[in-house]
Write a protein that binds this ligand. Structure first.
Ligand code: SF4
Length: 194
């Protein structure tokens, strides 16, 4: 292991703590993380179990965090339109307003100031590392449709998800997905489709 790799790992952890430390203290770090997640995740992923995988925590802890946000009026529970049994959680209007004070915005603004190519390279490298670590930890990688091995793009520019077996809506294409599978992952994604 080179010294620069160790320093890079320390900087990433330090940056994550620093970015979450300032700003609005009405919510805990876990509650902010959940609020952000449910704002950015697609329909397949707006569940406590997907949030537990994203936040690298237990399902029980994730459920408690989600419950606390429901009690605060920032999240609301809905039955799935497709099967009526599963539930998903969506932000309320108050939840969307609360995100305006997200402490992570300071970090987003610094990233926005980077030249576009530098920002793209940095995001690409971080996504690759996150995907590799997810494999090592046997966790979900999380990502969006454009980089997903389950995504088929047609000549008419429509896209189809082989995992969910449905045509993708434009609004879902940039949302975080618990079923995301990196294109360079080992094996045939169709073997894992469900
Ligand atoms: S294509 Fe991939 S990222 Fe998009 S909805 Fe399907 S599984 Fe999720």
């Amino acid at each position: 292991m080179t010294a620069s790799a160790d320093i890079g790992a320390e900087i990433i952890v330090h940056l994550a703590r620093l970015a979450q430390s300032g700003g609005d203290h009405r919510l805990t770090t876990a509650q902010w993380s959940a609020l952000r997640f449910f704002a950015r995740a697609n329909r397949l992923s707006r569940t406590p179990s997907a949030f537990s995988a994203f936040h690298a925590t237990t399902r029980g802890t994730a459920s408690q965090t989600v419950k606390s946000l429901v009690e605060l009026g920032l999240l609301e529970r809905h039955r799935s339109e497709s099967d009526g049994r599963s539930v998903r959680y969506d932000l309320t209007e108050a939840g969307r307003e609360a995100l305006a004070d997200d402490p992570l915005r300071a970090l987003s603004e610094r990233l926005e100031q980077l030249p576009e190519n530098e920002r793209g390279q940095l995001l690409g490298a971080l996504q690759t590392i996150a995907g590799d670590l997810a494999v090592i930890r046997e966790s979900n990688a999380f990502g969006t449709c454009a980089d997903c091995a389950h995504c088929d793009s047609g000549a008419d520019r429509s896209s189809f998800c082989r995992c969910a077996a449905e045509t993708l809506r434009v609004c879902d294409m940039e949302a975080l997905c618990v079923e995301f599978r990196p294109r360079n992952a080992q094996g045939d994604p169709q073997e894992h489709a469900h």
